[in-house]
Design a protein around this ligand. Structure first.
Ligand code: GLN
Length: 496
């Protein structure tokens, strides 16, 4: 089967009877099987995908097919799909089956997308290299000795290696944009509150957003217009109406005002060729009549610490529910303890001491055995910054710094439409290069966390090619809820 690079290509063949959804789905399944070594998929939903494909083929015949007919899409393994397994790539959720579908999943299915499977990721979306999955690393298809980025590494690889047309990821600090950059695809993190988080396994709730990874801007726009908008299951979703992003893409020929952060371009960690490419884009944009100016952002060094203080605090609370009781993994090593839990359930008051030590042991052993090293590190860090002796020094200070960072970024965006910056300091690195040094790994996120700290939308565009042969992305950040401008300007930028 030929390679499809956009939904419109698929649909032109689909609506002229040159291909069927069943053929498309089978061909992607074959490609997934032929590329098992990449480890991008944890599971292919063969049965439900083919059933949906039959249904959509019928609707195509009857001319009742939805907007996403022919779109074969993958989910990151932290997005729930009723009746299907979801594990957040963690041993602690191994075998767990979703009892309901995420709002985004329902909306995609309503528009006739075909969900092909769930993609490997860093455990609980914590990581920048996909080396933190309990189910093995994902290989970068551009160079299998290198990481695909993380945490949505499987989703980015699935799109880059043409194992599906598009994928969903989640982005708490760069997890859509950074792997998109390393794998050469488009990755969009929406404004906080644009897309419902209902059914996304929480990492840091005031940062998390679901977004698309695609081969082009048009498909990202379409997925966004289908997924976005108010949801009674998530009160943080905005009531603002959702524009038809895909229709607004070409309409916009505005000359924009673009800021770039001197401090980012001059940052010592930035790869020289990425810097050259960004300067080249700046010059081309100026030549095309846009206003492009350097601005100061003196807080670059505060971004990563603020992100890690606040997200680990939220994670320590969100992950408290994995206790070996309600969900997934319970240590097999706690016979005596389980017996005591059973006692608690019909407990007499005087059993409570013994029972609580039994419960403690269930929690401790299940969590110690079920979580991986990075997740445990973050739970401990988060518990520490929230503890009574350190709360003011870390958590509450982190919140205050978050406000300063937001104000400064918004101040820039009061004068400019977009901020242009690198997505990542370098191209995909080799396995093992940073995994022994958490700080080096955390610094990978230096250019992506600003959008999450501030809640602003940001996109990584695959418009860089390094002399080492690897792709890299260039990032644009926009005003709150300015996805429409962001997408149409991205389309212009893809041509530069
Ligand atoms: N790399 C970042 C982290 O490790 C981002 C994760 C994410 O966006 N989910 O936290």
């Amino acid at each position: 089967m030929k390679t499809y690079n956009s939904l419109s290509e698929v649909q032109s063949d689909l609506f002229s009877n040159n291909v069927s959804c069943v053929e498309l789905t089978k061909s992607y399944i074959n490609r997934i099987n032929d590329n098992k070594h990449l480890n991008a998929f944890l599971e292919v939903f063969e049965k439900s995908a083919l059933e949906k494909a039959v249904l959509v083929d019928e609707k195509v015949k009857n001319k009742t097919a939805g907007k996403l007919a022919g779109m074969v899409i993958a989910l990151k393994d932290n997005i729930c799909y009723k009746g299907h397994k979801v594990s957040a790539s963690s041993k602690i959720l191994e075998g767990f089956e979703s009892l309901f579908s995420a709002t985004v999943v329902e909306r995609l299915l309503n528009e006739d997308a075909i969900i092909i499977g769930r993609c490997n990721c860093d455990e609980f979306a914590m990581g920048s290299s996909n080396e933190n999955s309990a189910f093995g690393k994902v290989l970068n298809p551009h160079d299998i000795k290198r990481v695909p980025g993380g945490s949505s590494g499987g989703s980015a690889v699935a799109v880059a290696a043409d194992l599906c047309l598009a994928a969903l990821g989640t982005d708490t600090g760069g997890s859509i944009r950074q792997p998109a950059s390393f794998c050469g695809v488009v990755g969009l993190k929406p404004t906080y509150g644009r897309v419902s988080r209902h059914g996304a396994i929480a990492y840091a709730s005031s940062f998390d957003q679901i977004g698309p990874l695609t081969k082009n801007i048009e498909d990202a726009a379409l997925i966004m217009e289908v997924m976005s908008g108010k949801d009674e299951h998530d009160s943080t979703v905005s009531l603002k109406p959702v524009p038809e992003y895909s229709k607004e893409l070409n309409a916009n020929t505005t000359k924009f005002r673009i800021a770039y952060l001197k401090d980012c371009l001059e940052s010592s960690g930035l790869d020289a060729e990425i810097k050259v490419r960004i300067n080249d884009i700046i010059n081309k944009l100026k030549a095309a009549g846009h206003v492009v100016e350097a601005v100061d952002f003196p807080y670059l060094d505060y971004l990563v610490p603020t992100y890690y203080v606040l997200t680990t605090a939220e994670a320590s609370s969100n992950l408290a529910r994995y206790a070996g009781i309600t969900y997934g993994y319970r240590s097999a090593n706690i016979k005596a303890a389980s017996a005591k839990v059973a006692v608690t359930e019909g407990a007499a008051a005087n059993d409570s001491d013994a029972a609580s030590s039994g419960l403690d042991s269930v929690y401790k052993k299940s969590r110690s055995e079920g979580f991986g090293e990075e997740v445990k590190r973050r739970i401990m860090l988060g518990t520490f910054v929230l503890s009574s002796g350190y709360y003011d020094a870390y958590y509450s200070k982190g919140q205050r710094v978050r406000r300063v960072l937001k104000n400064k970024t918004n101040e820039i965006l009061n004068n400019y439409d977009f901020i242009l910056l690198p997505t990542t300091p370098g191209t995909a690195f080799e396995f093992g290069k940073k995994s022994a040094d958490p700080i080096a790994m955390y610094l990978e996120d230096i250019f992506t966390v600003q959008a999450n700290i501030t809640g602003l939308p940001a996109i990584s565009l695959p418009i860089g090619k390094h002399s080492n042969g690897l792709p890299f992305g260039v990032q644009l950040m926009a005003k709150s809820f300015a996805e429409s401008d962001l997408l149409s300007f991205s389309k212009q930028l893809m041509g530069t």
